[in-house]
Design a protein around this ligand. Sequence first.
Ligand SMILES: Nc1ncnc2c1ncn2[C@@H]1O[C@H](COP(=O)(O)OP(=O)(O)OP(=O)(O)O)[C@@H](O)[C@H]1O
Length: 227
Amino acid sequence: MIQLKEIDKFIESRFHRVFILKGINLTINEGEFVTLMGPSGAGKSTLLNILGLLDEDYEGEYWFGERNVTKMRDRDRSNLHKSEFGYIFQAYHLIDELTVYENIETPLLYRKVPSGERKSIIANLLDRFNMVAKKDLFPAQLSGGQQQLVGIARAIAGRPKILLADEPTGNLHSAQAQEIMEVFQELHKEGTTIIQATHARENADFGTRLIQMLDGKIDQDEVITHV
Ligand SMILES: Nc1ncnc2c1ncn2[C@@H]1O[C@H](COP(=O)(O)OP(=O)(O)OP(=O)(O)O)[C@@H](O)[C@H]1O
């Protein structure tokens, strides 16, 4: 489904190149649930941004199925992003002027989901995350954890084929974190491919594969076995 070949990302400083990612070769198949771990600064968010088509400033090749993303026009890349990916950001990226309800609705509007269906999808998500009473509030009126939940609801509302999540449980208490991982597990069972970056080792146990990053490289890549 996704293949990265020899991806390098660097910044030019005055005297030398500083590599943020170096020689990344990675294949992710449909239906995998991958966890990226590694110390702060290892390059996890940078790699997620590249995978999610949010950053095209790198060298190497990115293949999405038969399509060479590296050679795509901006508009096609943006359409591919909107149609296939759901993205949960480390900083929630909610739209401040929209209510909780409207924030969750945005990907459904992009995907031209009919109004009745939109209502039922959003009602289900609000219910699932215990946010029904908050639906008309604005992001600034929510706690950090609640904003994270809205970000997650928004990312999964459009039923993306691939869900990318950067520290999805970073601002949540452990019961909420567990709940989010269970939601991910359900989505994975339903066929969603998931790639998450996290510092929480227990989150990796919900997945099928653990990739350890170090200094912009893949250090270890192992299968998670479930007993
Ligand atoms: N645009 C940029 N300009 C300069 N340095 C950058 C840029 N983007 C990322 N970096 C650097 O690249 C390194 C990797 O950053 P990245 O955010 O991918 O790490 P991470 O593994 O996700 O860390 P964390 O766990 O703290 O989120 C960091 O040292 C960061 O400062």
